[in-house]
Write a protein that binds this ligand. Sequence first.
Ligand code: SF4
Length: 461
Amino acid sequence: MLLRHTTDEATRRTALTVNPAKTCQPIGAMYAALGVHRCLPHSHGSQGCCSYHRSQLTRHYKEPVMAATSSFTEGSAVFGGQSNLLQAIDTIFATYEPDVIAVHTTCLSETIGDDLVQIVAKARTEGRIPEGKDVFFANTPSYQGSHITGFAKMVKSMVDHFAQPSERPAPRLALFPGWVEPADMREMRRLAALLGQDVIMAPDTSGVLDAGMEAEPSFYPAGGTTMAELRALGSCRASLASGPSASSLAVQALEGKTGTRYETVELPIGLSATDRWIEALRRASGMPDVPAHVRWERARLVDMLCDMQQYLYGRSVALWGDPDQLVSLVEFCIDMGMRPRYVVTGSSSRSFEERLAAVVAGRCPEMRVASGHTADMLLLHQWIKQAKVDLLIGGTHGKYIARDESIPLVRHGFPILDRVGHQYFPTVGYAGGMRLVEQILNAFLEVKDATCPEESFELVM
Ligand code: SF4
């Protein structure tokens, strides 16, 4: 019992977080930057921050994540990090030859008050940024927000820095995928193509963090949104934000800068959310109807849900993770007949509980929801101690609760440090929904096989 000191007594806390259900802003900024072609993320802070952020991403994606650091010492902490960053820009372009550097700040550089607008402008006027190369940045102190807000700010920065207004809009859609896996981004692109919609996806980590083994290894994999594509975001006819928490800032910035109208929908996870996402794509593409192949994929998911209803109906579930993922996952669980009893996110989001209430629509009155810095894994465990659930859905940090309480865990979201597959197999769209149902179903069946009495042990389902 690794968490044997946890009791069922959940006292009200205002200033203490125990085992947060989130991680720090720069991790999101770094992940977003990796979705830009030939981009080297740069952490403006101490080496420890950069090591932690890289290691989290490397462990989740099982790929080496490259990033540079301003490598602060005591001197930088006292006098500021300007000279470190200027030196870093010189060294990075000379040694690692990226097309672009994406700088994000950390707690330390923000506390000092380093002004990235001024430092990057100085680097530009001093000729430290070579012709055809670029530097953009986001302010991501981690004493506020979460990895999701860090991601959102870096994506907004891509729009602020690159997107150019155009007199002649192209029939393309600016698709902001939100924080999803590389495989999910590839799946979104595939679905958009089925609907005849040409897209610029920003960012796009497919082909970067799930890249294959090439005969000629490259420091920068082939994937990622190019700088030319980022500039062309402003010439898109419309934009679509997948997941308000991760993508709203970017589409709003794009509209403010270029007048590109936008629509924001929940992440296409599960049946209902995918229906709405596909319908938004159909509207954007101007197609009169959803293509037969997409309807066939939907029919397969519906068939699977009907066939497996007996195993899913009424089963209670606790979920934690990121707001965008949770809203769609909760809705999918209810669509499957399950009962989401606890929902926890460490990310503060004013609209989260409203969005959740909208998709639940009164179908699960027993559901308890917590968000913000005191919504942590301790609170979730205390709730589970009060009334147990049949299933856990969330990242790796929930494995301690799963082990102590003997509850099956379906790993979903970020981070997943102890399993593989999440970066390769999508969970968005109808096909992704089938993968989720398979994972949930198999988790229940594994428990049944492991715990049922011998006389009930069956060869078949
Ligand atoms: S919380 Fe702040 S100090 Fe800690 S790793 Fe994140 S950015 Fe660095």
